[in-house]
Design a protein around this ligand. Structure first.
Ligand code: DX5
Ligand code: ZN
Length: 214
């Protein structure tokens, strides 16, 4: 089954509760955390995750675009995240493994994220130690960018590894997913689709979520 994770980065932060309620037919709620260092933008942090937790039962898929996330993963779990993903580029392999371990020890699902310039192989040290791999299909930092079709071989490669090793690992994509590109990512092995603009700019949000399932 294809899962949809609307990104609240495209929501109206002054009306966040309303905009979260609007996507309740989706599977996960995608929360983009940016620190202005790892990416050139600052979005939201711990207090917002905590407030969101109080008003929705949707699983929170927290995408940490922050430098050395090992410093913060425990607090994001305690704030109410269900899935916490960390970028492999944000620290050493050793510290990334440590971050995944902390997330698991909190009883949450952990994942690793690859930027567009990062090869599939960089996910290998983490594949059997996490529940999700997220392949970025835009440069992280901003919503509303153009989908990068050239990421499809990387997506296929990671799907192959997950299937051949029979890993219990979801494969997520993030960036530029819309009613056209959703078909491409599904064909290439993704099973969780993040969508910001495509969901929140739609005239009929529940209909758009259905459409994105392919
Ligand atoms: C980008 C974020 C994405 C973003 C996607 O750094 O990780 O989750 O919200 O936005 P769209 O779907 O508009 O490309
Ligand atoms: Zn994201």
């Amino acid at each position: 089954m294809i899962k949809i994770a609307p990104s609240i980065l495209a929501a109206d932060f002054a009306n966040l509760e309303r905009d979260i309620y609007a996507v309740r037919s989706a599977d996960y709620l995608h929360v983009d955390v940016m620190d202005g260092l790892f990416v050139p933008n600052i979005s939201i942090g711990l207090p917002v995750v905590q407030s969101i937790r109080a008003i929705t039962s949707m699983p929170l898929d927290v995408h940490l675009m922050i430098d050395r996330p090992v410093r913060y993963v425990e607090r994001f779990c305690q704030a109410g995240a269900d899935i916490v993903t960390v970028h492999v580029e944000a620290d050493s392999v050793e510290n990334t493994l440590k971050a995944l371990e902390i997330i698991r020890a909190q009883g949450k699902r952990s994942g690793v994220v690859l930027k567009p310039g990062t090869p599939a192989e960089d996910a290998l040290p983490f594949l059997d130690r996490c529940s999700m791999v997220l392949v970025m299909t835009v440069e992280p930092g901003f919503g509303g960018q153009k989908f990068m079709t050239e990421m499809m071989p990387k997506l296929r490669q990671i799907r192959k590894w997950i299937d051949s090793r029979r890993l219990d690992c979801e494969l997520e994509v993030d960036g530029g997913v819309d009613p056209v590109t959703c078909k491409t990512v599904i064909e290439n092995g993704a099973n969780v689709l993040v969508a910001g603009s495509a969901v929140y700019k739609a005239p009929d949000i529940p209909e758009r979520i259905k459409e994105l399932r392919g």
